[in-house]
Ligand binder design. Structure first.
Ligand SMILES: [Zn+2]
Length: 278
């Protein structure tokens, strides 16, 4: 069962949790592929028949890996909104024992795509705990989910991608963006260089900023741009968070977008927002 190198700490925590799995596990942070990999790791862990779970080789592990395990239910908000009908269809299943010897695992990948009605229906299902079924919510950050769902969850935060300290180039781009937001200068000559911005860099930049905004909103500012963020009112921080979410969406689309244009949009949009009345 493949776990990204950067997330082995979370895999170890999940191994320990497996002895008494929480009814709802929330995995935030990291990137979408890492969250999905760890969600499947969790499902394999709770269903593996091998000596050292998840072995990756037994029938259960292979079926989880191929997403065809009879006790794995996977909703993918990355494909489409997760609707109330989807959650309702679960109900009869929850009354039944799992088909195998393990635990049924219901995964909501990109759980921020649950419609409000679907999220409320899910909350209702959680009111009748079943020992044979557990849920896993996978989302970029807990703030994107219904607070009542989050409060019922056991939350683990994956290592965020693009730790600026680990990547000097990323640190420079972050500085340039903050400088532009302060002064309105210097940004476009960076993004205007052909090939200077690829999708990977743009996403790393957006995620690094998201991470710092989240920490600042939680009252634990850290990282190189935290000092700048601290000067923003909570309303402006929220607006910045929203703009980052839009940028992340744009970069995650299956259709190709120009990553430099996404960053330019983010830079100008936030630059304007910071000047609008708080
Ligand atoms: Zn196995």
């Amino acid at each position: 069962m493949h776990v990204p190198q950067r997330q082995t700490r979370i895999a170890d925590l999940l191994r320990r949790l497996a002895a008494a799995p929480p009814q709802v596990l929330l995995l935030e942070g990291g990137d979408a592929a890492e969250r999905e990999a760890l969600g499947l790791f969790w499902a394999a862990l709770l269903n593996c028949a091998g000596p050292e779970a998840p072995c990756g080789a037994c029938r259960s592990c292979v079926q989880v890996r191929d997403r065809v395990h009879p006790d794995l239910v996977l909703f993918d908000g990355g494909q489409d909104k997760i609707k109330i009908e989807d959650v309702r269809e679960l109900r009869p299943l929850l009354g039944q024992a799992p088909r195998g010897d393990g635990t049924r695992v219901v995964i909501f990948h990109e759980a921020q795509e649950l419609t409000p009605q679907a999220a409320n229906a899910l909350l209702k299902s959680l009111e009748e705990p079943s020992r044979s079924t557990v849920f896993a919510l996978l989302a970029p950050q807990r703030e994107w989910l219904l607070p009542t769902l989050v409060s019922r969850s056991w939350t683990l935060t994956l290592a965020w991608p693009g730790e600026p300290g680990a990547d000097p180039a990323l640190g420079e781009w972050l500085d340039a963006l903050m400088e532009f937001w302060r002064t309105g200068r210097g940004w476009f000559r960076r993004t205007g260089v052909k090939g200077a911005v690829d999708k990977h860099l743009a996403m790393a930049l957006v995620l690094a900023l998201q991470r710092e905004v989240v920490h600042t909103l939680r009252g634990q500012p850290q990282g190189p741009v935290a000092q700048g963020l601290l000067k923003l009112t909570p309303g402006r921080l929220k607006r910045l968070d929203l703009a980052l979410a839009h940028a992340q969406d744009a970069l995650s689309l299956p259709t190709p977008v120009n990553p430099a244009l996404v960053l330019d949009w983010l830079a100008t949009h936030v630059h304007k927002a910071l000047r609008a009345p708080a």
